[in-house]
Design a protein around this ligand. Structure first.
Ligand code: G3H
Ligand code: 13P
Ligand code: ZN
Length: 330
């Protein structure tokens, strides 16, 4: 058993209470390798932002959970070395069972998500409650989910998405004891969130996605005043990176993400955690494609990973400062 407290990590409790009160959201950035983690920590130290380092099932399979856990421990030391001790959470993203959550809790994670959103309601309640009971023995915080997002979640494509029903949230939170709740109000996983048919086009012919359902968010906030709400699938799909990828040999189809102004608005509400993964993938891929095309003789990974890491860092800083409002809150 490794406690996150011995790794220098914190759970989400204090972080979320301050974020809800302060009208900002904590960035929850996924990482799978050292360069992503370095970029996240450099950006969050430089902007003095608290941060949630997220590990998905895919990340565990790719990079090994124990290595990732020790990288998170290293991240706390790295932040210190960079000159500012920001609060860092190590979070399991989309935990698929009690066993996966338990394994992470036993191995130093300070927060877990149990994603029972695709299960029938009663089964979602039962598994979430079981995870909460175990996690709270170790002061680990738990995120549950109600409602189903469109898009790809960990290899699983949600066939039918549906919005969170505000009528269920009080019952779910009181029966399970979760510390935060992920909801579905129109965000979606992956880089291809909306079909062209779901979007309209503005005067310049640019795709405009359907707006988030702030009416549902407001109703949920009314039912659970001050309770921490989480938004998944919140990448904005920066067009500059899509363009670079396609300019340098990529073949990404037209796509749009969640507009930054809408995330800014959500951050001012009870939404206190915003999940971003795909934008990091786009930024990294764009810079690596560009670098390798322009330097066909280079075969040292450090040479092409360094500019990718720098672009990631700049992107995360922008999100902390201009979108989530978490800069200066650590
Ligand atoms: O919500 C899903 C995350 O973007 C993780 O994706 O399973 O490919 O690591 P992944
Ligand atoms: P994006 O695919 O929009 O980055 O969402 C990531 C996410 O929700 C991770 O849980
Ligand atoms: Zn997600």
């Amino acid at each position: 058993m490794t406690s996150y407290k011995d790794l220098g990590l914190v759970n989400t409790r204090d972080m979320f209470a301050k974020a809800v009160k302060g009208g900002y959201a904590i960035p929850a950035y996924n990482f799978n390798n050292m360069e992503q983690m370095q970029a996240i920590i450099m950006a969050c130290v430089e902007t003095k932002s608290p941060v949630i380092l997220q590990v998905s099932k895919g990340a565990r399979d790719y990079a090994n959970m124990n290595l990732l856990r020790n990288m998170a421990k290293g991240a706390t030391e790295y932040a210190h070395e960079l000159g500012y001790d920001i609060p860092i959470v190590l979070h399991l993203d989309h935990g698929d069972s009690f066993e996966t959550c338990k394994e992470c809790i036993d191995n130093g994670f300070s927060s877990v998500m149990i994603d029972g959103s695709a299960l029938p309601y009663d089964q979602n309640v039962a598994v979430t409650k079981k995870v909460v009971e175990y996690a709270h023995k170790f002061d680990v915080t738990v995120e549950g989910e109600l409602g189903v997002l469109a898009g790809i979640e960990d290899d699983v494509q949600a066939e039918t998405s549906h919005y969170t029903q505000p009528s269920e949230v009080i019952d779910f939170v009181s029966k399970t004891g979760v510390d935060s709740l992920a909801i579905s109000i129109g965000t979606s996983h992956g880089a291809f969130k909306f079909t062209a048919e779901q979007c309209t086009r503005n005067a310049d012919g640019i795709l405009v996605p359907p707006p988030l359902r702030f009416d549902i968010l407001k109703e949920i906030e009314k039912k659970l005043p001050g309770f921490p709400i989480v938004l998944h699938g919140s990448s904005s799909v920066p067009q500059e990176y899509v363009k670079i990828i396609n300019q340098y040999g990529g073949k990404l189809k037209d796509s749009v993400g969640i507009p930054e102004e809408q995330l800014r608005e959500a951050s001012k509400s009870a939404v206190c955690k915003i999940n971003i993964d795909s934008d990091g993938r786009l930024a990294m891929t764009a810079m690596i494609r560009k670098y390798l095309t322009e330097h066909p003789d280079v075969f040292d990974p450090r040479k092409y990973l360094a500019p990718a890491r720098e672009a990631l860092k700049q992107m995360y800083m922008h999100k902390n400062i201009d979108v989530l409002g978490s800069a200066g809150k650590a």
